[in-house]
Design a binder for this molecule. Structure first.
Ligand code: DX5
Ligand code: ZN
Length: 219
């Protein structure tokens, strides 16, 4: 069964606490927080102050996805704000190893992220040091986009590498266009954590949507 990380990018911003309570009670394991700088991606969203305010109101694992240029500038700030996982894009810095090491030095789980156009080859040198790999299943920047099925082969490759190397212990997360249909192929390929924004929060009953993702991968 897949673990679910609702993305607050699609939540009701003025009633955020209520929405977080709904997914917390609804069986989610993580809460996905998208950080966007208007440079690495066109949109702007959520600074460290949000993470700090959210931290005391939920026990969910705070999964912070940094879509910002040179993320190493802000890693300590997000760690101090209360992030449990910090994800950095390999495309966003020439110093991905340093960025991941900085996250680990703060005792936060380190995640490397790849865009749909980036091959697994780009992150092979850092796979030994990460707790999670995020395979973007849409181009980052916006909620509500369509799942790109060609990304599945990268999930399979990461799953194979994990099986072949005893020292690799990362979770494989997917993000973008996840619903009860698209989650199945990704789960079969080896993904074990799914981010879902619009599918969960655009519904009348977010808890039912979380359950639907779990039911679709319960075999
Ligand atoms: C996209 C973000 C996602 C977004 C997913 O850049 O990284 O986390 O919230 O939204 P959906 O699930 O609607 O595709
Ligand atoms: Zn995200």
């Amino acid at each position: 069964m897949i673990k679910v990380a609702p993305s607050i990018l699609s939540a009701d911003y003025v009633n955020l606490q209520k929405d977080i309570e709904k997914v917390d009670k609804g069986g989610a394991e993580l809460l996905h927080i998208d950080i966007m700088d208007g440079m690495f991606v066109p949109s702007i969203a959520y600074g460290p102050g949000w993470v700090k305010e959210i931290r005391p109101i939920t026990g969910l694992t705070l999964d912070c996805h940094l879509m910002i240029e040179n993320p190493e500038r802000y890693i300590n700030t997000f760690a101090d704000a209360g992030a449990d996982i910090i994800g950095v894009h390999v495309e966003s810095t020439p110093h991905i190893h340093r960025a991941l090491q900085m996250i680990k030095d703060k005792n936060v789980k380190a995640e490397v992220v790849i865009n749909p156009g980036t091959p697994v080859e780009m992150i092979k040198p850092v796979l030994y040091m990460v707790d999670q790999v995020l395979v973007m299943t849409v181009n980052p920047g916006f909620g509500g986009q369509k799942f790109i099925p060609e990304t599945i082969s990268k999930i399979k490759e990461l799953n194979r590498l994990r099986e072949e190397n005893d020292s690799y212990s990362y979770d494989i997360e997917i993000d973008g266009g996840v619903n009860d249909q698209t989650v199945v192929g990704a789960y079969n390929a080896g993904a074990n954590v799914a981010v879902a924004g619009s599918y969960v929060f655009d519904a009348k009953d977010p808890a039912a949507r979380i359950q639907a993702l779990k039911d679709a991968t319960n075999f």
